[in-house]
Design a protein around this ligand. Structure first.
Ligand code: SF4
Length: 147
């Protein structure tokens, strides 16, 4: 059973094959399949996705300065929104059922400034949820994509 940290419980629902390198993408694909088959255990800190990330230094994310702190905050927000906590074991589909409800808050907090948004914009589910988001962000779609 894969162990996944908070923000991966949200963001991986929009994975469509992109990532830092081949090894990272292969692992990501394998972990998602396993999660779909066996469920996941909620983890805090570097998880089974981070394990193959070129920016992982021991247990810390070095994607950019202060990345580890920011990602820790994302994890906590994701767990609050999903009403999950460390050590919980849960079916992947059950998390997926909660994504539409939490998506507007998640998107407002993180997606608009995320460097991977271009990848999520290529995912059907992400686009569908984005296009039904209430509030002012709904009409910014075109500017978001073109920067
Ligand atoms: S745009 Fe970034 S924060 Fe939003 S779901 Fe995608 S990877 Fe996660």
């Amino acid at each position: 059973m894969p162990r996944l940290r908070g923000h991966h419980l949200v963001c991986l629902h929009f994975f469509k094959g992109e990532g830092y390198n081949e090894e990272f993408v292969e692992n990501l694909t394998r972990v998602i399949r396993s999660a779909q088959d066996r469920g996941i255990e909620v983890h805090c800190g570097a998880d089974d996705i981070c394990a193959k990330c070129p920016y992982l230094n021991h247990t810390r994310c070095q994607y950019r300065e202060d990345a580890d702190k920011g990602i820790g905050e994302m994890d906590r927000t994701a767990l609050d929104l999903l009403k999950l906590s460390r050590g919980v074991k849960i079916r992947w589909a059950e998390i997926g059922e909660r994504i539409p409800e939490i998506f507007p808050a998640w998107r407002q907090a993180y997606c608009n400034s995320c460097s991977w948004r271009w990848a999520c914009e290529g995912n059907d589910l992400y686009r569908r949820l984005r296009d039904t988001c209430p509030g002012p962000h709904r009409n910014r779609r075109k500017r978001d994509v073109t920067g």
